[in-house]
Every structure is written in structure tokens, then in C-alpha cells.
Design a protein around this ligand. Sequence first.
Ligand SMILES: [Zn+2]
Ligand SMILES: [Zn+2]
Length: 233
Amino acid sequence: MLPKFDFHVHTIYSDGESAAAAMVEAAEARGLMAVAITDHGPELSVGISPHKIVPMLQDVTAAREDAEIPVLAGIEANVVDADGAIDVDERLIDRFDIIIMGIHRLRIFSREPSELARAYFHAIMKAMEHQRADVLAHPFQLHRYLAPYLSREDIAAFAESAAKRGVAIELNSKYRVPDQGLLEACLREGVKLSIGTDAHTVAEVGRVDWPMAMLKRVGASQEDLILDRFLRR
Ligand SMILES: [Zn+2]
Ligand SMILES: [Zn+2]
């Protein structure tokens, strides 16, 4: 059986309801192997204030000392422009154990899904090229799921780039993305897979039924998971 973990959890430093220690306790109670605290980056209106990043890292360190499972200090960075820049100060980047990045906004005015999908694709390709990121959060989910509007060639190019840059893709419980086709394209290229509930409450931490079922369906093995990269440190 594959190990359960949750590398996408919010706390009171962004729009979560609880402190890191409570989220970690909930993760342990659910039998997870590891958990990552990943509050929203500052660019989002509900994101962490830049001056709160250091106190947040200290809170995670304190929660880790009381924990029986590995607790990673992370952030859900925003991709903020078409060149793929993210909203994490370069001087702080090495203080995070894990960086998950997500697109929550695109600076184009179209409502046309195929145009949004192309813009998303280009922004994420640039971001993977230029940034240190470990995981792509809720891949191709932006108000709706955009991967079906991309060509097979785009999906293949995305998977190839993610594999080359060492960026894992997240199976996100909240949005139930990505779909099986995208997952299989990624697995064929050797892209690592992460699991994230996108929990904002203690009740949501470790609710990984959907990701675990998807992993089973696509025949993923433990070597396909990003987990080992962090357990070995
Ligand atoms: Zn997000
Ligand atoms: Zn999130």
C-alpha cells in the first residue's frame, strides 16, 4: 500500500483556520507519513504578509519539535507574471523545505477556456524553467480545469519539462485534479507525484481518499512519489 502524506496545508498565516501545531496533530491522527505547511504567498490578497514569513517558519520549527512525523516548512507561491516569476523573496527561498507553486490568476482578460489554457500553459512552462519549485499545486485548475483545452503535444511538452526540472505534480483532493490522462502522461516521463488536500481546517488535513484512489488507478508505485526525496534528508 502506498504511504499517505499531505504536502498542501494552510494555517492562520494565510486563510487557514488553525495554527501549524494543530494541523500537524491532525496529520498524525490521520496516520500520515509526513506533512508540509504551505501558506499562500504574499501576492494573493489572503496570502502571508512578507514580514510574517520568519515568524511562520519559527512556528513550523516549533511544531516539528513536538511531532513524530517529518514536518516541512513550505509555501504555496504564486506565479505572478507571464514570464513565470514567483512571489517569494530570493533571499528567503532557501529557508523553505518545499516550494509548491500555483497559478491563481492570469493577467489576460479572456474568458475563453482555450485561451486561458494556453496562457496557463505558457506561464507554467516559464515558471518551471526559471524557478526553484518542488511541486505544481492543483495543475491546470484555474476556476475550472483547463487541461482538456490543451493539445496532446502541449501535455507531452509539459510532462517532459516537469520531469527535466524535477517539478512534481500534485494530486489535489479539493479540486480533484489532474485527470487520469495528464497523470499518465506525467508518469510516462517519470514526473514525480505529490499529494495535497489544500486543507484550510483540521478536519480537512489528510483527507486523501481521492488522490490514493487515483494513484491506484494509474498504477503508481512508491518510487513515483515525491515523498522519499523529503524522508531521506
Ligand atoms: Zn492554490
Ligand atoms: Zn492552497
